[in-house]
Design a protein around this ligand. Structure first.
Ligand code: ATP
Length: 233
């Protein structure tokens, strides 16, 4: 079953076309890694899917339903949740309040604060701390937890690794494994090519707003992805 369908999507920043005619289809339960150099348009695509950036043309469908015209909060109710680049926490709110906010914005389902704490045990002792006082890794865990509390079918993760130590990144990725096996559909932006190819079923490479390479993570070679990444022929 196709969970997320992106059809000929274009999005602009003023005159600049940051996303130029992107088409992509993601099956239920699939993990897709979006790679590409800085400025390739990955963040703009993620924000456009979540409804945080407007579409110039094209369509976005969630489980067959066209959501292109829906505002972001209604897309959350259709099962799509974004963990934005830089985490964007409400820093004066506690971890628990952030998680509860995620639940309020979302739809009913099986995610609870306790379940989030099971996959992110490092948050247990921080549950009443204001997120502004947390480490980068704890903030990232809170941001992912907040998204999960909306009970998404599709999780959009933009640069989870940004600003985190390799050890913490390992921990954050390890905590995603359970989600992946439980059938959540994941689209993630990852700068580290090895990590992207290790975690994903499929790798999609963007260059100057377009998809220039797409393939199975197991069969694509690192060289092919690197060439696409830099636009080499
Ligand atoms: P990064 O890895 O740096 O986040 P990216 O692949 O996510 O890069 P985008 O952030 O989507 O790329 O940027 C795509 C293009 O749009 C770039 O040329 C960028 O300079 C431009 N851009 C991004 N945000 C804005 C903005 N708010 N206003 C104007 N131009 C922008």
């Amino acid at each position: 079953m196709t969970m997320l369908q992106i059809e000929n999507l274009t999005a602009r920043h003023g005159l600049l076309e940051a996303v130029r005619g992107v088409s992509l289809s993601i099956r239920k339960g699939e993990t897709v890694a979006l790679v590409g150099a800085n400025g390739a348009g990955k963040t703009t695509l993620m924000r456009t899917l979540a409804g945080a950036h407007s579409v110039t043309s094209g369509h976005i469908r969630i489980a067959g339903e066209d959501v292109t015209a829906l505002p972001s909060h209604q897309r959350v109710r259709r099962g799509i949740a974004l963990v934005p680049e830089g985490r964007r926490m409400f820093t004066s709110m506690t971890v628990r309040e952030n998680l509860e906010l995620g639940a309020m914005a979302g739809r009913s389902g099986t995610w609870t604060v306790d379940r989030v704490l099971e996959i992110f045990p490092n948050l247990v002792k921080r549950i009443h701390s204001k997120t502004g006082h947390l480490s980068g890794g704890e903030q990232q865990a809170t941001a992912i937890g907040r998204a999960l509390m909306s009970n998404p079918d599709i999780l959009l993760l933009d640069e989870l690794s940004l600003g985190l130590s390799p050890l913490v990144v390992d921990r954050v990725y390890a905590s995603l494994e359970g989600l992946i096996t439980s059938g959540t559909t994941i689209l993630l932006v990852e700068q580290d090519l090895s990590r992207a190819m290790g975690v994903a079923d499929r790798v999609v490479c963007m260059l100057e707003g377009k998809v220039v390479l797409e393939g199975d993570a197991k069969t694509l070679t690192r060289d092919a992805v690197t060439e696409a990444y830099f636009g080499l022929d």
